[in-house]
Structure formats: C-alpha cells, structure tokens
Design a protein around this ligand. Sequence first.
Ligand code: GAP
Length: 508
Amino acid sequence: MNEEHFKKIISHAKEFGFIFPSSEIYDGLGATYDYGQNGVELKNNIKKYWWRSMVQMNENIVGIDSAIFMHPNTWKASGHIDAFNDPLIDNKDSKKRYRADILIEDHIQKIENKINKELIKGKKRFGEDFNEAEFKATNPNIIRRNKEIKKIEEEMELAFKNDDLNAIYQLIINLGITCPLSGSKNWTDVRQFNLMFKTELGSVSGESSSIFLRPETAQGIFVNYLNVQKTGRKKIPFGIAQIGKAFRNEIIARQFIFRMREFEQMEMQFFITPGTQEKWYEFWKKERMKWHKALGIPQELLRFHDHIKLAHYADAASDIEFKFPFGFKELEGIHSRTDFDLKQHEDLSKKKLRYFDPEKNESYIPYVIETSIGLDRMFLALLAYSLKEEELEDGSSRTVLSLPYSLAPNKASILPLVKKDGLAEKAKTIFNSLKTQYNCIYDEKDSIGKRYRRNDALGTPFCITIDYDTLKDLAVTVRERDTMSQERIKIDDLNNFIDSKVNMNLLF
Ligand code: GAP
C-alpha cells in the first residue's frame, strides 16, 4: 500500500457514493466528510457487526445511547479540562503543528524499518537456513538499533512521567527529528493544548454556561454505570457498550477520514473486580484482534502496539494498529482504566458510585477495561484493504471492492438482460421479493459487462441476470463478485442461496 493507493481510495470513495467532502459546494470544510448512499450502508453494517458481537453475543454486556451534551463537571472529573492535553510542537518553517510523542514514535518506527530491511537481507542470504532469532541476537546492526530504540523509549517514558515538556523538546532536537513537510529542525517549545470544542448552553434568563462537545463516548457510560447495573441487575464482571459521535479540535486533522474533528466511536467499558485487570486486559486484547481477523483482514496488516506514554487514566494500554496506505497507525485502543473515572465522578458529584459485591459481601469502585474503536478508521481500513485493481485472463482489468460479503452496502444487483419482452417486469418481481431481506440494486442501464464492473466497484457480492430463458425455466444467472463464476439458480432458491453467503452469522 502506498500514496498512490491512498489517492485511489479517496477518489473511489467519492466516485461511488461512499464519502463526499462536507459542504463541498462551499469548497468543503477542513477535515470534515459526509457519508454518501453507499458509505452509510457500509458504516451501518460495521456498526451492526460490532454491536452484535459486543452486545447481542455477550449476555453480560448491554448497550446505551447517551447524550452528546453532558454536565460540564463530567469533563472536570474525567480530566479532560485539566489534564487531557496533548504535547504539541510547531515547526517554524512549515507552520505545521505536531503531537510531540507521535513525532518521536514515528522516528522509532523508522529505526524499526531499518531492522526489518536487515532481516529481509538476512533471509535472502541464508535462504532455508535462516534463523531469525539467532540473526537478531548476533547481527551487530540490529543489536545497535535495538539499543537505540530502547534508549529513546526510556528517555521518552521518563519525560512523560515527569511531565517534563523541556525534556521532550530536547529529545526531539537530540534525535535530529525533522518536519515531515519542510524537512527543517526549526522547532518551537513543546506546549500543552486542549482539544475540546466549547459551546454555550443558553438559559431562559439569557445567561449561558459553557459546555463541551464530548471528546469520547466513554463518559456517558461511566455516569450511567449504576443506573444500568441496578435496573439491569448486573453482576460484575459486566460491560456497557455505546456507539456515537465524538468531537476533538484536532490540530493535524488530515489523512482523509483517519483523523477528523467530528468522528464516531464504538466503545465498551467492562466493569471488573479490582485486581483482575491484567487478566481482563489480556482477554479483551485477544477478543478484539479476533474480531478484526474474522473479517478476513490478514495478520500482516494488523499488529499490537503497547503504549509508552499512558493517558492519565490508564495503567496499561495497547493499540491495534492497521497498515494504512501511510503506514501502521492506531485503529483501536484497549485501555486498562483502573477506577480512575468512577472515583473522580464520585468525588465531584458526591454520589456513591460503589458496587455491592454479594459474593465478597463488600462495596467497592469497580476497575474498568475499555475497548475503543474509531468507526471511521475501521471504514478506512476496510476500504484500504478491499480496493483492488485486478488483471484478468483476457488481458483487461477490473476495479473490485472485495469487502466481506456481509458488510457490503448491497448484497445483490438485479439486472434484466434487456428492458423489453417482459424481462424488466420479471426482474422487478425478483427485486421486490429480495428487498425485504437485503439491500438490492435494480439496474437496467448499459451492457451487462458494464453493469458487472459497476457492481464490482461497489463491492456487491452477487449480480443476478434475468434473460430470455428465465421466462421459461424460472432460473437466473448468478455471478459471484470475487470468483466471477456464474451459475444458474432457480428463482425460488435465490433467497436461501444469498443468505448462505452473506449472513453476518458466518463471521462469528
Ligand atoms: N475513550 C478512549 C478514547 O477515546 P482514543 O485512543 O483517544 O481513546 C479511541 O480514541 C479511538 O477513536 C482511536 O483508536 C481511533 O480509532 C478513534 N479516533 C480518535 N481520534 C480520532 C479522530 N480525530 N478521527 C477519527 N477517529 C479518531
């Protein structure tokens, strides 16, 4: 994957009604996008896959839908007002602003890339006899580079632990990190910056008070945890899930829908007995990786990245990273959040947020393991992984979006060979009989070949052609997107056939 592929994804997303720049007739609004007619279907299917695997399939996890506006004290308690600041640094030449920790982590990534190149060289040289572990332990270049990484990580960890912004600045200078845009080392000091959007909540008397657009959906879960626990008679361990919009005034909002100012999260907070957090942290790391891999995303495009710089609320954190066209980047976070949030809310609200554990016969504030995935990033990962240009046997090529069948915006496209002689009417009857089960397309324009290509580009798993024989044998030609193979299927069997291939249950 590369820059060229990334450009293709963006133009494909627009051309085929997946994503449009927001308010495009006014030349768009920075880092804001709208989902089009096919985008919204794909997005809804991703949500459905997440919700079903989280809520429907776990008897101890339930969902909620809390308001975007929350009492301002929520953000005081959560630390978003005082502590949730990102360390930012500006390049004086390009005038671009960066997250200091990300600049350092990108630098480490470059050293890791050099190690990987060394490994590839070793594999080529030794062929079948190559022993990776031994090579890593003895190759002087790899040993030196690993030591270099360790030293940077230690210095970075210490600087963040001590909140020492000057030490972070020095590390960037000492490592000779340059601005990706201008290539210069002309940096400002590192400063803290708050990412929350502020707005006013008007009151009757004309007074107003400042409130914030939520920067994460998680707090809506924390403030409702006892409501859910009591009304749902939940016993620990149990989870609460939520899908919803979040807002952050990101400084470097770019890379299409990867980093936006308005985005959607799918978050789950899992409430556990204090002391069991390590076990559940590992459990959810494994579960979440399994969820991604069930979609057919190959292992080499996914990896864990354990955090060095921990957020103020976490005692352990790991990202599931996906290999986007611009490199491995965070797709989902799994965080061991301790009892930080509930304790803070208890302190500030003066309301007891303790759980009475009938087995232990005592009350305590539960610990929390969080899984938090960006819906838009998942969407981008799927587009990046699925969009392919394929060479065909006859020398031509096709663009295909090989989305998992159950996530595809439409499951079947109904195509009368010609409009006349009763074929269009027959095709409409078939469309009407399938539309209650699946999103289908009815398409009678252009040659069958062109219609196939259009549906490949949309990711439609099945094209169903109604021809003259259909009127006699009551069967249709079904063409499968991935194999392009065609088979004749009785109209009466169509529903079962499609269901056996696109049902989301096949993912679980
Ligand atoms: N409640 C924890 C939390 O919000 P986070 O790592 O800041 O943690 C979780 O965000 C996920 O939300 C990320 O892994 C990412 O997928 C998504 N995300 C965060 N900021 C985003 C942005 N500006 N645009 C799109 N997605 C974003």
